[in-house]
Design a protein around this ligand. Structure first.
Ligand code: HEM
Ligand SMILES: [Ca+2]
Ligand SMILES: [Ca+2]
Length: 303
């Protein structure tokens, strides 16, 4: 069974507006929440499919505790939307769909493109800390990034566009240590030579060696509050903050895709339109529909 735009239009007509209002309020009170919710959708989809598996609270064995999900947040927002939905239409709207809808609403709140979200996902019945191997790592090579996306049915074009989600949000210095101070582990030192030299000094100031790894810095230097293609320009000019973003310059195919968004401002492709295609595609990874899965009453617990 395929997902459907407006899946809840008969069974819970207010579903999308309820999610929208909860996301709106959360982003207004904490601007970072837009990025947090967008990242949550990605991490849900890459492990066991877009099925809310990451939301389960099962003690130390929960998927959410996997290293690949380090820093993931936003569960409270999803749970708040779920509580409101259960009050209006009990047992109808899945947590997996709430995550997908919240990501869309978050993008819109960050001035990104509006799009329709196909829905009808069921919530999964599995959540285990050992299942998160599919998550890309910030230090993966471009070959591994390509392979991990291909494994999910996503192309190199999807990899570039979805990495474009880094146009909003921040990273903890935790993820910068290797790139800034230990890029050549065999020698135990060095920084990623692909970083613009002026920018390297700046990054080292923001994330000092042996400093607090919880300090957060913008991922899209000079534009982290706005959902736009600015991040791709930063990446191609040596101003990528995340190592995995910088690696998109290492492959002639991904590099060419990035450049295509700048070569012809009038007739060239639209980053926003292509991003929408890729994120809708990501939202279909491994979905359970029909008789598979369940509709949870609480997003953090199996029924
Ligand atoms: C290509 C592989 C990817 C890698 C290796 C990667 C890695 C990371 C890392 C290390 C962070 C910092 C997390 C933190 O410190 O809290 C981050 C943040 C973020 N990622 Fe990714 N990411 C990837 C792809 C994606 C995709 C596909 C999306 C969404 C479609 C996404 C959305 C985000 C967002 C919005 C943030 C900012 C979160 C915040 O501000 O709290 N990322 N990513
Ligand atoms: Ca999942
Ligand atoms: Ca931006």
């Amino acid at each position: 069974q395929l997902l459907q735009v407006g899946f809840y239009s008969n069974t819970c007509p207010q579903a999308e507006s309820i999610v929208h209002n909860v996301v709106r309020e959360s982003v207004i009170s904490d601007h970072n929440m837009a990025a947090v919710l967008l990242r949550l959708h990605f991490h849900d989809c890459f492990v066991e499919g877009c099925d809310g598996s990451i939301l389960i609270d099962n003690g130390p064995n929960s998927e959410k505790n996997a290293f690949g999900h380090e820093g993931i947040r936003g569960f409270d927002v999803i749970e708040r939307a779920k509580a409101e939905l259960e009050a209006s239409c009990p047992g109808v709207v899945s947590c997996a769909d709430i995550v997908a809808l919240a990501a869309r609403d978050a993008i819109v709140m960050a001035n990104g493109p509006m799009y329709q979200v196909p829905s009808g996902r069921k919530d999964g019945l599995v959540s285990n800390v050992s299942l998160a191997q599919a998550m890309p790592d910030v230090s993966d090579s471009i070959q591994i990034l390509n392979a991990k996306f291909l494994n999910k049915g996503l192309t190199q074009k999807d990899l570039v566009l979805l990495s474009g989600a880094h146009t909003i949000g921040t990273t903890a210095c935790f993820f910068m240590t290797k790139r800034l101070y230990n890029f050549f582990p065999s020698s135990g030192s060095g920084s990623d030579p692909s970083i613009n030299t002026r920018f390297l000094q700046e990054l080292k100031t923001r994330c000092p060696q042996n400093g607090d790894v919880n300090v957060r810095i913008a991922i899209d230097e000079g534009g982290h509050n706005k959902f736009d293609k600015h991040i791709l320009d930063n990446i191609r000019q040596g101003f990528a903050v995340l190592e995995s973003d910088a690696r998109l310059n290492d492959d002639i195919v991904t590099k060419f895709i990035i450049d295509s968004y700048f070569n012809n401002p009038i007739f060239g492709p639209s980053f926003e339109a292509d991003f929408v295609e890729s994120i809708v595609k990501m939202g279909q990874i491994g979905v359970k529909t029909g008789f598979l899965g369940e509709i949870r009453h609480k997003c953090s617990k199996f029924n």
